[in-house]
Design a protein around this ligand. Structure first.
Ligand SMILES: [Zn+2]
Length: 254
């Protein structure tokens, strides 16, 4: 686990890829106030959360709030250990959660404060703007911190070495993801983007070029639903690291 200070009281907590030779790291954003309290953005898998919890316990810091960018397994693993905290998440969280739990109860994972459109909150000295951004997942949230940092969930997804990974539409809705990418083209201007996989990035040329490539891929996918992804690479010359290989292994977790 690496803890990197991005700004006073704002940290990126990063975990190496779980599987030998794999490329996907996992991030949790940690915000502190001046009362030894913490707010998290996402929780990683349970094993990630456990490491962070121990780190915070050793410093006598209590987690009181959590924002979830979307309710995929690799982002919510810690919620089962966070009974009494405030949980911000999309009103659409159930759509993502339900298929993973079949007949079992998933109440512990549900948001206690549901975001329908937008919500402004404060934590410590931070002004935080939450907005619903269905794209990678139907329950996507964008988290803007002090108008300077933009937590993008998995709408922009990278390897630990900051290679762009293939856009992934968990709801098989490529047009929905196209809309989120179009929106991000404006949102990323003058911001440091924090992806939940990859590294923080503020180089606007890199970000805009990456978003353009994502847009091209998704547009191609809308028109070529049954084609293999590698055909996009051949046709366009744009290369992404393919997610599906890694996803199979992640399924074993949680
Ligand atoms: Zn993820």
């Amino acid at each position: 686990m690496q803890v990197k200070e991005l700004k006073e009281n704002l940290f990126l907590v990063s975990f190496d890829p779980i599987f030998l030779g794999e490329v996907l790291n996992y991030n949790i954003v940690l915000l502190l106030n001046d009362k030894n309290e913490a707010m998290l953005i996402d929780t990683g898998f349970k094993r990630h959360f456990n490491q962070l919890k121990k780190y915070l316990d050793d410093k006598n810091i209590t987690i009181i709030k959590v924002i979830i960018t979307h309710f995929h397994r690799d982002h919510i693993g810690g919620l089962s250990k966070l009974n009494d905290v405030v949980k911000y998440g999309s009103k659409k969280a159930d759509i993502t959660l339900a298929p993973n739990f079949e007949n079992k109860s998933f109440d512990i994972y549900k948001p206690t404060i549901c975001i329908d459109d937008v919500l402004d909150i404060q934590f410590g000295n931070f002004d935080i703007h939450l907005s619903h951004n269905p794209g990678h997942s139907i329950d996507g949230l964008l988290v803007e911190i002090d108008n300077k940092f933009l937590v993008v969930g998995d709408d922009m997804i990278y390897t630990k070495d900051q290679e762009p990974m293939l856009p992934y539409c968990s709801n098989r809705d490529f047009e929905m993801h196209l809309k989120s990418i179009k929106r991000l083209k404006n949102e990323v201007i003058d911001k440091t983007v924090i992806p939940m996989h990859g590294q923080p990035e503020s180089n606007i040329d890199y970000l805009q070029n990456d978003l353009d490539n994502r847009y091209k891929y998704l547009q191609w996918k809308v028109n070529n639903k049954d084609k293999q992804n590698k055909e996009f690479e051949i046709e366009s010359g744009i290369r992404f690291v393919d997610y599906s290989r890694i996803k199979k292994q992640n399924k074993k977790e949680l």
